[in-house]
Design a protein around this ligand. Structure first.
Ligand code: FES
Length: 99
């Protein structure tokens, strides 16, 4: 599947991804400038990204633990922890905005 990352300068980077990978896996494998300080444990919130509104319905909802972390860091609507978003076949064409 393809995932589209909208970079801070407005450019798009299109990468290939596999179902079962997390967004942070895809980010790390493709040199996208997002850091996962806690290596995907879901506690540091350094890997925040925003799911584009048109893509939000295809993404699995956050767990209670992820919601707690997002709330603690006062994340805006649509923001997710990249390490906690596991891709499924429904995510082909997913659009992710870097913060
Ligand atoms: S890498 Fe720390 S919360 Fe995602």
């Amino acid at each position: 599947m393809q995932v589209f990352f909208i970079l801070n300068d407005g450019q798009e980077k299109i990468v290939e991804a596999q179902a079962g990978a997390t967004l942070l896996d895809v980010i790390s494998e493709n040199g996208i400038p997002v850091i996962g300080v806690c290596s995907g444990s879901g506690v540091c919130a350094s890997c925040q990204v925003k799911i584009a509104p048109e893509s939000a319905p295809s993404v699995q909802p956050p767990s209670n633990q992820e919601l707690d972390v997002l709330e603690m860091f006062q994340a805006d609507d649509g923001v997710r922890l990249a390490c906690q978003v596991t891709l499924t076949e429904q995510n082909d064409g997913l659009r992710v905005i870097l913060l």
